[in-house]
Design a protein around this ligand. Structure first.
Ligand code: BEZ
Length: 204
């Protein structure tokens, strides 16, 4: 095996971060996509073989151990391409924005699992609202504090935020995340038009 292999599912927003990064750094042709069906309750063999946590995305490399999670993979791919998506002069801003977007995703995915995997009569409503509270707080922070950064040159913070907002549209449309966040909504409407975003739109 001499090529990279991305263990992936087209619904995962963390996988999408990696795929958008591949597209933006012109490395799509270097990677084979290995589609798995994995859930929090049952781990696909390929995911378990590549990542002891059994989570996706994982990137299998010909010249070293498989790497995970999305933050590590994205950083590896950016370095591999010699791209400038983690610019030194605003590195801490980029990493904080990426962490904010990933935090949105962690809560948003937990909400999906709560509703999908738990029997309906024991779905924990207060817990769902608490997770949404984290999402809402992070969206407010992006809308109120980080818009000038989001409008700057492309970086990993923007890619992560784009994937987080795309996932909210995909799985939590009923929450109307755009309400009261006009600046972020307008930014996303533009960002979502990028070819890297259009070609990686999530599906089941
Ligand atoms: C989803 O179906 O929403 C999903 C799939 C994989 C990872 C995270 C979320």
């Amino acid at each position: 095996m001499s090529r990279l292999q991305l263990i992936h599912s087209p619904a995962s927003p963390f996988v999408r971060k990696v795929r958008v990064t591949l597209a933006e750094t012109e490395q799509v042709a270097d990677v084979d996509l290995v589609r798995v069906h994995t859930t929090a309750l049952s781990t696909a063999d390929e995911a378990a073989a590549a990542n002891p946590l059994g989570k996706i995305p994982a990137l299998v490399r010909p010249d070293g151990p498989a790497i995970y999670d999305s933050r590590v993979i994205c950083r590896y791919l950016v370095a591999r391409a010699g791209a400038d998506l983690y610019p030194e002069d605003r590195l801490w801003d980029v990493l904080t924005i990426e962490a904010t977007a990933d935090g949105i995703l962690e809560s948003a995915v937990l909400m999906v699992y709560e509703k999908r995997l738990r029997p309906e009569e024991i779905v924990f409503g207060d817990w769902l609202e608490s997770q949404w509270g984290k999402v809402a707080g992070a969206l407010d922070a992006l809308n109120d504090r980080w818009m000038s950064h989001l409008h700057g040159p492309l970086d990993m913070g923007q890619i992560a935020v784009g994937c987080a907002l795309g996932y909210l549209d995909f799985r939590h449309d009923d929450r109307n995340w755009r309400n009261g966040r006009d600046a972020l909504a307008a930014w996303y409407d533009d960002f979502a038009q990028r070819e890297s975003m259009v070609t990686t739109f999530p599906s089941d």
